[in-house]
Ligand binder design. Structure first.
Ligand code: HEC
Length: 219
């Protein structure tokens, strides 16, 4: 490299430094951050999930909408989720009693888990032995029925599930506190309270809402 070229390069370097120094310093507004590279990165639009936003330009709606992500198609369910098939009405209740059966066997592990959950979520109203003598039950305007009374002794397990899942009367829904599997395990514990000798009768046909006449499917 000859001397002249070297001189030109160093001159360019000096000019470059002066140029950078004069743009970065000497601003009138000391608080200005200067030129922003990709301002979207500094001031990103904070969109809420599943919210549609109307875009307005100069005070007029442009007709475009902004959306972080689309709403799922109606009827979409999460992967692996099994919807509960019975509606929260009288016929759903009746059908749950008729067709819904506990898929969990009454073994020591399931009973122990059921008892533990019962003591956390139900005991304050239904009482330790299911006699509706929990501390909260005394304060309720309508006390829960006893598990060993005639009404609940005749209640099929499917209806128990339905009432625990959706709630009934002043008992709220427990579907957000306990999973479907957990409800079934609690039911095993209730049945143990009802039948301390271990004999659970076959699903009866009457219920606590209405003793609807049942026509046998086969004669
Ligand atoms: C706030 C008090 C309260 C709590 C907590 C509560 N229950 Fe109840 N439960 C009631 C009352 C009151 C009824 C009577 C509802 C009616 O028939 O109007 C009832 C009814 C029931 C029935 C009979 C349903 C039917 O179809 O007749 C079952 C089974 C039952 N509860 C189980 C449970 C289980 C299991 C839990 C805990 C996961 C629980 N309950 C928590 C107050 C409660």
């Amino acid at each position: 490299m000859n001397k002249k070229v070297k001189q030109i390069i160093s001159l360019m370097a000096v000019f470059g430094c002066v140029a950078i120094a004069s743009t970065s310093c000497g601003k009138k507004d000391k608080n200005s951050p200067g030129v922003e590279f990709m301002p979207d990165m500094y001031r990103s639009p904070s969109l809420e999930t599943n919210m549609a936003y109307v875009t307005i330009e100069n005070g007029v709606e442009t007709g475009d909408t902004l959306q972080a992500n689309r709403l799922p198609v109606e009827g979409t369910i999460p992967r692996g989720f099994m919807p509960y098939p019975y509606a929260n009405d009288t016929s759903g209740y009746a059908n749950a009693g008729r067709y819904l059966r506990n898929p969990f066997p009454s073994n020591a592990a399931n009973l122990a888990q059921g008892e533990d959950l019962y003591k956390k979520f139900c005991v304050h109203c239904h009482g330790e032995t299911g006699g509706a003598d929990g501390l909260v039950a005394a304060k309720l305007s309508g006390a829960p029925p006893s598990y060993t009374g005639p009404v609940l002794m005749a209640l099929p397990e499917g209806k128990m599930f339905h009432s625990i899942y959706y709630g009934k009367g002043i008992m709220g829904s427990h579907s957000s506190q306990v999973s479907k599997a957990e409800i079934w395990k609690i039911i095993l514990h209730i049945q143990k309270l009802q039948h301390p000798n271990g004999v659970v009768a076959a699903a009866p046909v009457t219920d606590s809402v209405a003793a609807a006449p049942v026509t046998p499917a086969h004669k």
